[in-house]
Design a protein around this ligand. Structure first.
Ligand SMILES: NC(=O)c1ccc[n+]([C@@H]2O[C@H](COP(=O)([O-])OP(=O)(O)OC[C@H]3O[C@@H](n4cnc5c(N)ncnc54)[C@H](O)[C@@H]3O)[C@@H](O)[C@H]2O)c1
Length: 255
């Protein structure tokens, strides 16, 4: 897909990976609809994009809320006339100190934002992209690829996003391409907050050798958008580079 002149809706688009991706899309001539719960960062982001000549708007919406999400898609069409790219990127981490010591409501929130928010985004985008085609990119995490003992609910939510992507790809075909990026620890406000929470909870997090730049994640997202051959791809980004995560095959019968 040629990005110039296309419209992208980015959830979690005013911070970290979402905002960096928005900047790179804007540099290639995309129109931006930034969706987030953070009004202040949204207003600031739109101001700076508009002053740099990008057609950009912000909508305050919660990815867990069907009515707010519907309004965001309607607003995107009303403002820009089309939806070509959806980046389902909003996410939160699980509060520490961990699984059985946090309230049920807290881990339900992680599943609602990190998994069901992505499902809802895909669900609402598909009918709008059917005619002209489009690209959906979901953000999972390396936590969805490997077991994460310290944060099993976040890991389960992100594994769900990976499986959703592989499964949707089977019936969405080449017209609507669905792909997924799985960042390792990336230098964003979310990661920095997580380190502070773990420290405050007395947990000793495994040493982080090198944080990944948000630009490295955004580059993979742009590749998914621009390369028409990429559909149903799940790519893990580590400090050492990008790696494809294959869909799981049916298991062999046990002897
Ligand atoms: N930073 C990392 O190390 C890392 C690693 C793996 C995966 N991820 C994933 O990358 C994505 C982006 O995270 P980031 O690191 O850029 O964090 P970030 O906190 O900088 O950005 C996340 C954005 O999502 C928004 N958001 C949160 N809940 C929302 C909701 N219910 N509705 C709408 N918006 C909401 C936040 O306000 C924020 O602006 C997330 O899905 C996260 O799980 C991050």
């Amino acid at each position: 897909m040629v990005i110039n002149g296309k419209t992208a809706l980015i959830t979690g688009g005013v911070s970290g990976i979402g905002k960096t991706t928005a900047k790179m899309l804007a540099a290639k001539g995309a129109n931006l609809m930034l969706l987030d719960v953070n009004q202040q960062l949204g207003d600031e982001a739109v101001k700076s994009f508009q002053s740099a000549g990008t057609r950009a708007a912000f909508i305050r919406a919660d990815v867990r809320d069907e009515a707010e999400m519907r309004r965001a898609f309607e607003e995107t069409l009303a403002r820009f006339g089309r939806l070509d790219i959806l980046f389902n990127n909003a996410g939160i981490s699980t509060p520490q100190p961990g699984f059985t010591r946090i309230a049920v409501e807290q881990w339900k929130r992680v599943l609602d934002v990190d998994l069901l928010g992505v499902v809802l985004g895909c669900y609402l985008a598909f009918p709008l992209m059917r005619e002209n085609g489009g690209v959906i990119v979901n953000t999972a995490s390396m936590a969805g690829v490997y077991p994460i003992p310290g944060d099993p609910v976040y890991a389960a939510a992100k594994a769900g996003v990976i499986h959703l992507t592989h499964s949707l790809a089977y019936w969405s075909g080449k017209r609507i391409r669905v792909n997924c990026v799985c960042p390792g620890q990336t230098d964003t406000p979310l990661a920095r907050q997580q380190f502070r929470d773990e420290k405050a909870a007395g947990r000793i997090a495994p040493p982080v050798r090198k944080l990944i730049s948000p630009e490295a994640i955004a580059e993979v997202v742009l590749q998914f958008i621009e390369d028409d051959s990429l559909a149903g791809q799940v790519v893990e980004v580590r400090p050492s580079g990008a790696f494809t995560v294959e869909a799981r095959r049916a298991p062999k019968k046990r002897e």
